[in-house]
Design a protein around this ligand. Structure first.
Ligand code: SF4
Ligand code: SF4
Ligand code: FES
Length: 236
């Protein structure tokens, strides 16, 4: 199969973006986009469709097993993980690779996702006191802990604008663990932050649920967190 790969490139944070197209042939439909990028970068004297030299394509990966979220990018306009997207999905052989667009570009397909981590710090998402485990809480905590912080949900969230007050699913998913495990007397601050930064801004359209590459049960976590933060807090 012959593939045509169109890549949105940008040399550094301030450079002008441009598109570059390369051809690649393989019969391996199981090859992932991550392996494709590694293979292109390992090809000596790689040229584009105009015959120009292709410099190393910048992208990020770590686990290559859907565990770290580093390789998230827009593949044919859809935010997804390069290590979990197989070439066989592209029946017409056309593949477009672009960086996630809600974050500043560092280079090519690498973006600066620090806003996600700053948001987690702002809502105080850590356990300072001893956690309390219950069977029900364990299920929520496990689901919440599966978040990769990949940012795919932020790409499709109509209400998330980086730097603004609504923190979206990348914050409310991991919040589930702290909200379920922290004793009630110790969680007033995080409950208030949750209401201000998440509950008030979320339109509950759930496009985050449909895009999440970890297939986290986002709807369940959202309902559970909202109940804990909004009405259960007033129960004895
Ligand atoms: S909730 Fe899903 S899509 Fe959003 S950051 Fe976590 S793993 Fe990624
Ligand atoms: S439910 Fe909708 S508004 Fe709320 S975080 Fe998900 S995509 Fe954004
Ligand atoms: S490299 Fe870790 S999720 Fe793709």
């Amino acid at each position: 199969m012959n593939y045509t790969i169109d890549i949105l490139r940008q040399e550094n944070r301030v450079a002008q973006p441009y598109r570059q197209t390369v051809h690649f042939a393989t019969d391996d439909a199981e090859m992932t986009v991550a392996t494709l990028l590694k293979t292109l970068n390992a090809t000596p004297d790689l040229t584009d469709t105009d015959g120009k030299a292709v410099s190393e394509i910048e992208w990020e990966c770590s686990c290559l097993q859907k565990k770290c979220g580093a390789c998230a990018m827009r593949i044919n306009k859809k935010p997804q993980l390069a290590c979990d997207t197989k070439l066989g999905e592209f029946k017409d052989g056309k593949i477009s690779l672009e960086p996630l667009k809600k974050f500043p570009v560092i280079a090519d397909l690498i973006v600066d996702r620090s806003v996600m981590f700053e948001n987690l710090k702002n809502i105080g998402l850590w356990l300072e006191k001893e956690a309390r485990h219950t069977k029900k809480g364990e299920d929520v905590a496990y689901e919440a802990s599966r978040c990769l912080q990949c940012g795919c949900c932020l790409e499709v969230c109509p209400n998330f604008i980086p730097g603004e007050d609504f923190y979206s699913a990348a914050s409310f998913v991991p919040s589930g663990r702290v909200l379920s495990e922290l004793p009630k007397k110790d969680k007033a601050d995080i409950l208030n932050s949750y209401v201000d930064k998440i509950y008030k801004g979320c339109g509950k359209s759930l496009s985050c649920r449909d895009i999440c590459p970890a297939q986290i049960d986002i709807e369940h976590l959202l309902v559970n967190n909202n109940a804990v933060a909004v009405w259960k807090r007033f129960l004895k």
